[in-house]
Design a binder for this molecule. Structure first.
Ligand code: RB5
Length: 155
């Protein structure tokens, strides 16, 4: 599977460690930055959007995002229509984000979780399978919200 990685200035080391981890597991990893903060700041909506758009245009299948909390970068990714990005700080939620929510992206906070926990989170996310079944219509209902607003039929 091809996976896109993105982070802001707080997540560069964690992104690199997670990319190395995923490469070892046989995943093809594509880096959408930030590459080197050079002591500067990289605004999290930029990499969040890039990875989400790469998924929607088929460049990669899934994504891993890191910012300070995992929150801002996931909020940005979730603004790309069709994308479901889940912030997780432990592996159980990460597995369920795949199993129940069919999330495209796992997002983590470099200021919240340590690297070993982050590796366990991505493992749980990628080693799980979407269960569909009773979850499918709820996932469709999320898309329906976007569609209602796009069509101007939201109430
Ligand atoms: C950057 O200081 C920080 O706000 C960002 O990494 C992230 O935590 C936002 O959600």
């Amino acid at each position: 599977m091809k996976v896109g990685f993105g982070c802001d200035h707080t997540g560069i080391d964690m992104k690199k460690a997670l990319m190395d981890h995923m490469k070892e597991k046989g995943y093809e990893c594509v880096d959408y930055g930030a590459f080197d903060a050079n002591g500067g700041k990289v605004d999290y909506p930029v990499p969040g959007r890039k990875v989400a758009e790469a998924i929607m245009n088929g460049e990669v299948e899934k994504g891993v995002l890191v910012c300070g909390t995992g929150i801002g970068i996931s909020l940005a990714a979730n603004k790309v229509p069709g994308i479901r990005a889940a912030v997780c700080s432990e592996p159980v939620s990460a597995a369920l984000a795949t199993q129940h929510n069919n999330a495209h992206i796992i997002s983590m906070g470099a200021r919240i979780v340590g690297i070993e926990t982050a590796k366990a989170i991505v493992d749980a996310f990628f080693d799980s399978t979407y269960e569909a079944g009773r979850h499918a219509h709820r996932v469709q209902m999320i898309a329906d919200i976007e569609n209602d607003y796009r069509k101007g039929t939201a109430q």
